[in-house]
Design a protein around this ligand. Structure first.
Ligand SMILES: Cc1cc2nc3c(=O)[nH]c(=O)nc-3n(C[C@H](O)[C@H](O)[C@H](O)COP(=O)(O)O)c2cc1C
Length: 337
């Protein structure tokens, strides 16, 4: 029996599982694969590359003929503020929802609502959640520090219920960060979430944009093989506002430069080598953006396989949950029987 709740109802989806709006990795192909499998896909418009966005939106628009697959589009809010016209292109594609993360959503909320789309805000603290809802967020994603990519440091286990306590009576709350299977989904539901958002798990899928070598590194990595730092941002000369840092897999480059970021900023040769490595897909130097959920990822299946096996696992765990709370039989009686 599928898990049905306020999130699945609001979005008209079968499973409470969403694809994170991963910059470039969550392209139209992956977005559609997730939505067609009964989850909800967010296109990763990230920093906002107009040419890429137009191309991917055209693919999403083309899918409409097959029967109106719902999808969302996600932006990095502080970057969207520099190119606000991109929101018009996104809204013209008639998304079900717009995802805003990392920055002030206020300027974008009304245009999104006017276009009939839902406002989904990813936050990293209770204060941010309360603020997002006061500005009109229809859904809040609590992003724990385990997450791949940019974020802050509060772990999912404490952050999620605290966000649910603060805003869960007003809007559906989803969990992002550290979820890769049905155990994570069922645990999130027990903690008060209405669903989960996954990045790293869907990165290691057949449909995700990105190199097979990067996906294989995620499969090989343990959770301890990731690092939240500013090395990646410094290396690509893309400095983020405080307090955000980025989680990636560790590699030779982070081993060399973590803790020496000021020196790295001045090392033109190292920055050029980093740019070349990104072009060449040399992941000993270039980053693979991924979170601690890498510890739970052992294969590169289709997005549909990920969703179906995860939903089945979570459903059976939730159905079995009452057994976990049953009183144990008294020892003497148990021994006699
Ligand atoms: C490769 C990658 C790229 C990401 N890019 C973005 C992004 O452009 N915008 C954003 O809001 N979050 C981005 N994130 C973070 C996700 O939104 C999400 O919070 C995270 O993936 C959840 O944790 P998980 O990786 O453990 O599933 C990215 C994550 C990954 C792994």
């Amino acid at each position: 029996m599928p898990i049905a709740n306020s999130f699945t109802k609001l979005f008209g989806i079968r499973h409470p599982i969403a694809l994170a709006a991963m910059d470039l990795v969550a392209d139209a192909r992956l977005t559609l694969a997730v939505s067609e499998a009964g989850g909800f896909g967010f296109l990763g418009a990230g920093y906002g590359d107009a040419e890429w966005l137009d191309r991917e939106l055209a693919i999403l628009a083309g899918s409409r003929g097959a029967g109106s697959t719902p999808f969302g589009i996600g932006f990095i809010t502080w970057s969207l503020a520099k190119h606000p016209e991109l929101l018009d292109s996104a809204l013209a594609a008639k998304p079900k929802a717009i995802w805003l993360s990392f920055g002030d959503p206020e300027p974008f909320v009304q245009p999104i609502k006017d276009a009939g789309a839902l406002v989904v805000c990813q936050v990293q603290s209770v204060e941010m959640a309360v603020d997002a809802v006061s500005r009109g967020a229809d859904v809040v994603i609590a992003q724990g520090g385990e997450a791949g990519g940019h974020g802050i440091s509060c772990g999912s286990l404490a952050l999620l219920p605290a966000v649910v306590d603060a805003v869960g009576n007003k809007v559906p709350v989803l969990l992002a960060g550290g979820v890769a299977d049905g155990r994570g989904l069922s645990a999130a539901i027990m903690l008060g979430a209405q669903g989960v958002v996954m990045g790293t798990r869907f990165y290691a899928s057949q449909e995700a944009a990105g190199s097979i070598l990067a996906k294989q590194r995620i499969v090989r990595a343990s959770g301890a093989d990731t690092l939240r730092s500013i090395v990646f941002d410094v290396s690509r000369r893309n400095i983020w506002p405080i307090p955000y840092t980025g989680r990636c897999l560790v590699n030779d480059h982070t081993d060399r430069w973590y803790g020496r970021e000021l020196e790295l900023m001045r090392r033109g040769d190292a920055l050029e080598a980093f740019a070349r490595a990104r072009q060449a897909g040399d992941y000993d130097t270039a980053p693979v953006i991924a979170g601690e959920a890498a510890a739970l990822i052992h294969d590169i299946p289709s997005a549909a396989d990920i969703i179906h096996r995860m939903a089945a696992e979570a459903e059976s765990l939730l159905l079995a949950a009452p057994q976990l709370a049953r009183q144990p039989e008294p020892a003497a009686k148990a021994a006699a029987s």
